[in-house]
Design a protein around this ligand. Structure first.
Ligand SMILES: *Cc1c(COP(=O)(O)O)cnc(C)c1O
Length: 339
């Protein structure tokens, strides 16, 4: 049976062009720094974001934690939103790897009040930790895209207090597409940026950490410390190059089909769509009348649709390259029938 997978955009399998590029990829030993395909991917990534350097890393979580480790020292405090990926979905790694303390700002949909962020920055006092880093997330995993204005304000506060700003841009290109700006414009309001190749861009593995050359060189050594020095990594970097060349421009199609899905679901009695968080390829909703979530998920599975059960009471459906418009319409129809 053919399945349409709406669980996440991480489920996207590589395209045929990626598989061909991987097959043909020239490789070296990237720990020695002589894998030409990795070098090409790193150059391209830095260029697209308007920064000096980039580093190929195994995952987005790895990249965020590598950034935290590289920007801070043990015992530092990191200011970030309470619902951001680093806090919610990275297994508490910042306390294990960098040994930092996370100071969260209430930010359900990702929006952090710049005035409050500034208030949290520590002064010099024998009792206080040092504020070592501010982290922002765009697009936010709530489905919301932060405005450039908000990012700029936080970045300027960072500059004023000499505190670096790291952007968790797992879905940076989705944010750029939604805001209709170049990725480099978003990146200009952060000192380091992590973005994923392995989500909506369909590469099988990998993320990038981008920043200035001094930072990336320190991150390169920390990547080795964390066990992320990869050898003939050109094999997977080749798919990353295709992701940047061919898959960035089409992300608005996923955004359109998410809006289409929301439109169809909204017609169904008992479905409440969170319209204000429909910025990218994710539809969040509450569904009344489901007595057994597990059964609901199983029944959709039987009809050829993979979805996750609710998190904090909300269902999330993620559109991607492999969920064309007719699959989106069919999912809405299946949900209507089940309810
Ligand atoms: C997916 C995601 C990550 C982590 O990426 P992995 O490759 O799954 O480790 C980090 N931040 C955000 C906002 C994400 O959505």
């Amino acid at each position: 049976m053919k399945y349409f997978d709406f669980r996440s955009d991480t489920v996207t399998k590589p395209t045929q062009t990626m598989r061909d590029a991987m097959y043909r990829a020239e490789v070296g030993d990237d720990v020695y720094g002589d894998d030409p395909t990795v070098i090409e991917l790193e150059k391209k990534s830095a260029q697209m974001l308007g920064k000096e350097s980039a580093l190929f890393i195994p995952s987005g979580t790895f990249g965020n934690q590598l950034a935290v480790l590289t920007h801070t020292k043990r015992g530092d405090e990191v200011i970030l939103g309470d619902m951001c990926h680093i806090v919610m979905h990275e297994v508490g790694a910042s306390s294990v790897i960098a040994g930092v303390q996370l100071r969260t700002v209430s930010a359900e949909d990702g929006y952090m009040n710049p005035k409050y962020v500034e208030k949290l920055i520590r002064e010099e006092d024998i009792h206080y930790p040092d504020t070592g880093l501010i982290c922002v997330e765009n697009a936010h995993s709530s489905g919301k895209v932060m405005t450039l204005e908000n990012m700029k304000q936080i970045y300027e506060i960072g500059k004023k207090h000499e505190i670096p700003v790291h952007l968790d841009g797992a879905r940076l290109f989705n944010a750029a597409s939604a805001l209709n700006v170049k990725p480099s414009e978003i990146a200009s309001y952060a000192d380091s940026i992590m973005f994923c190749l392995s989500k909506g861009l369909c590469a099988p593995i990998g993320s990038m950490l981008v920043g200035d050359t001094a930072f990336i060189e320190r991150a390169r050594k920390n990547r080795k410390l964390m066990g992320g020095g990869m050898r003939q990594a050109g094999i997977i970097a080749a798919a990353g190059i295709v992701a940047l060349d061919e898959m960035v421009e089409r992300l608005d199609e996923d955004h359109k089909s998410a809006k289409r899905l929301a439109q169809e679901l909204a017609k169904i009695k008992g479905v409440h769509i969170f319209e204000e968080r429909l910025d990218i390829n994710m539809v969040f909703c509450e569904i009344e009348g489901i007595e057994n979530d597990e059964l609901f998920v199983t029944e959709l599975d039987k009809r050829g649709f993979l979805v996750n059960g609710p998190e904090m009471g909300e269902y999330r459906f993620v559109t991607n390259f492999w969920t064309p418009e007719d699959a989106v319409l069919a999912l809405a129809k299946a949900i209507e029938e089940l309810l």
